[in-house]
Ligand binder design. Structure first.
Ligand code: UGA
Length: 408
C-alpha cells in the first residue's frame, strides 16, 4: 500500500515538474517571439531569412511592374519620415535606415518610426557608416532609388561637435555612394544638400548657378563637399545623382533643435527666447519651406531621376547629375516668425534681441526655384502662416494634450 502511495506521489511530482517545464518553455518562446519582432528585429537581426524577408517585403512596390523600391536613409528623421510615408502611400516599396542618434530627443524618432511601421515600412536600426550592412541590404533588394536624407543637421551645433559632421555628412555619404556604385544594378541617388552652401553669397535670390565657395559654417562646408563628392562618383562610376538644397524646412513632426520648434516650446513655458539681429539692427530672414512642399520636390526628383549607367563599380556611360533649390521663394524675418507664433499660441514671447554671434549663421536665405519648377514641376504652395498653424496644432496634440515630456 505504502509502495503504491509512494509511486502515485512520485508520478504526480513528475507530472508537476513536466507541467512547470512546459509553462516555462511556452513563456520563453513567447518572449523570444517578442524579442525578434518589430523594434528588436530592427536592432538585432542583421541577416538571416527573417530579416531578409522583412526587408524584401517592405521594399516591394504595390504594383511590382510599376513602382519604385526606395531605400530611405534617415527614415526616422523629420524629412525622412514624411518622404517614406508619402512614397508608401502612393504604392512604392520603402525600406528605412536610421541610427537613432541622440542629437535630439530619440523618443520623437521612435514615435515617427512607429508611424512608419504601422504603414508597413521596415526600418533598419544601423549607421550609414556600416558598410557591411549596406552591402547586405543592397544585395537582398535591388533598390531602384536611394533617398539619402541621413545627416548631421544644424548650423550652429557644428562648433560644438565638428566630428559628428565629418562622420555623417562626409564619411557616411561616401559610404552610401560606395555601396550604390558597387550594387548591380546601381540605384539612382537623390540626397539632401542645403541652402547653407550659398554661405556669404549676397546675390539674391540664390540660383544654382551662383557661387557656393564661401560656406559660413562647417555644416555648410560638409554639404558643399558632398556636392563635389557626388560629382566625382557620377563622373567615375556613372551613378545618377540629384542633390536637393533644402531651405529651412519646418512643419509637424519637425526637429526640436530648429528655431520655430524651440521658440514654440519656450513661449509656452514662458522662457526667454533669443532673437539674433544683424549689423545696424538689420533683420535676419529665412526662406522657410513647409514640409509637404519639400516632400513633393523629393518625390518629383525621384520620378525624374534617370537610371545610373554603371554596373558593379564600372561606368558604362555618362549619367545624370543635378542640383536643385527647394525653397519657398519668400523670405520672412525671424521677428515675423515669432509674431506669427505668438498669435497662434495666444501668448507673448519674452524676447532677448542680441547681435548675431559668430556662429556660422547667415543673414538671409532666398531661393530661386525656376530650375526645380522647370525640371521637377516643383511649386511650393504653403504660406508660413498656414504651415505654422499646422505645426502648432501638431505640437499641442503631441506634447501638450498628451502630456508627453519634452526631453531636450
Ligand atoms: O536651410 C538650411 O539649409 C538649413 O536650415 C536650418 O538652419 P537654419 O536656417 O539656421 O534654421 P534654424 O536653426 O531654425 O534658424 C532659423 C533662424 O532663426 C535664427 N535663430 C535661431 C535660434 C535662436 O535661438 N535665435 C535665432 O534668432 C537663426 O539665426 C536663423 O536665422 C536647418 O537647421 C539646417 O539643418 C538646414 O540645413
Amino acid at each position: 500500500m505504502d509502495k503504491l502511495h509512494y509511486r502515485s506521489r512520485y508520478s504526480l511530482t513528475k507530472l508537476m515538474i513536466w507541467f512547470v517545464i512546459f509553462v516555462l518553455c511556452f513563456y520563453a518562446f513567447k518572449l523570444s517571439a517578442c524579442y525578434f519582432s518589430s523594434e528588436n528585429s530592427r536592432r538585432i537581426l542583421r541577416s538571416g531569412t527573417n530579416w531578409d524577408s522583412l526587408v524584401t517585403l517592405s521594399a516591394k512596390p504595390r504594383d511590382p511592374n510599376n513602382g519604385f523600391s526606395v531605400l530611405v536613409t534617415g527614415a526616422a528623421g523629420f524629412v525622412g519620415s514624411h518622404v517614406s510615408l508619402a512614397l508608401k502611400k502612393r504604392g512604392d516599396g520603402v525600406v528605412g535606415i536610421d541610427n537613432f542618434n541622440k542629437y535630439y530627443d530619440p523618443s520623437l524618432k521612435r514615435a515617427r518610426t512607429d508611424m512608419l511601421e504601422r504603414a508597413g515600412i521596415f526600418v533598419v536600426e544601423a549607421d550609414i557608416n556600416d558598410s557591411e550592412l549596406l552591402e547586405r541590404l543592397l544585395s537582398v533588394v535591388q533598390f531602384s532609388h536611394v533617398m539619402h536624407l541621413a545627416a548631421q543637421a544644424g548650423v550652429r551645433y557644428a562648433m560644438k561637435n565638428p566630428a559628428s559632421y565629418v562622420h555623417s555628412n562626409l564619411a557616411g555619404l561616401i559610404n552610401i555612394l560606395e555601396a550604390c556604385k558597387s550594387a548591380n544594378p546601381q540605384p539612382a541617388v537623390v540626397w539632401a544638400s542645403s541652402s547653407s552652401v550659398y554661405g556669404l553669397n549676397s546675390k539674391v535670390p540664390f540660383s544654382e548657378k551662383d557661387r557656393t565657395d564661401q560656406p559660413a559654417s562647417l555644416y555648410a562646408a560638409t554639404k558643399k563637399a558632398g556636392e563635389e563628392i557626388a560629382h566625382s562618383y557620377n563622373h567615375i562610376y556613372g551613378l545618377s545623382i540629384t542633390g536637393l538644397r533644402f531651405f529651412t524646412v519646418y512643419g509637424p513632426w519637425g526637429r526640436p533643435d530648429m528655431a520655430y520648434f524651440s521658440f514654440t516650446k519656450d513661449i509656452l513655458k514662458r522662457k526667454k527666447i533669443t532673437i539674433f539681429k544683424g549689423p545696424n539692427n538689420g533683420y535676419v530672414a529665412r526662406d522657410f519651406t513647409y514640409i509637404d512642399d519639400i516632400v513633393s520636390g523629393c518625390l518629383a526628383a525621384l520620378d525624374t531621376a534617370e537610371k545610373s549607367t554603371g554596373s558593379g563599380g564600372k561606368k558604362l556611360g555618362p549619367a545624370q547629375l543635378r542640383v536643385f533649390n527647394l525653397g519657398n521663394t519668400s523670405p520672412v524675418p525671424v521677428t515675423e516668425l515669432v509674431s506669427i507664433l505668438e498669435k497662434l499660441l495666444k501668448m507673448k514671447a519674452r524676447k532677448d534681441v542680441l547681435p548675431m554671434p559668430s556662429n556660422g549663421d547667415v543673414m538671409f536665405t532666398h531661393a530661386n526655384i525656376s530650375s526645380a519648377q522647370r525640371e521637377l514641376g516643383y511649386k511650393p504652395t504653403t504660406e508660413l502662416k498656414v504651415g505654422l498653424m499646422k505645426f502648432v496644432k501638431w505640437y499641442l496634440d503631441y506634447y501638450v494634450h498628451s502630456k508627453k515630456n519634452i526631453a531636450w
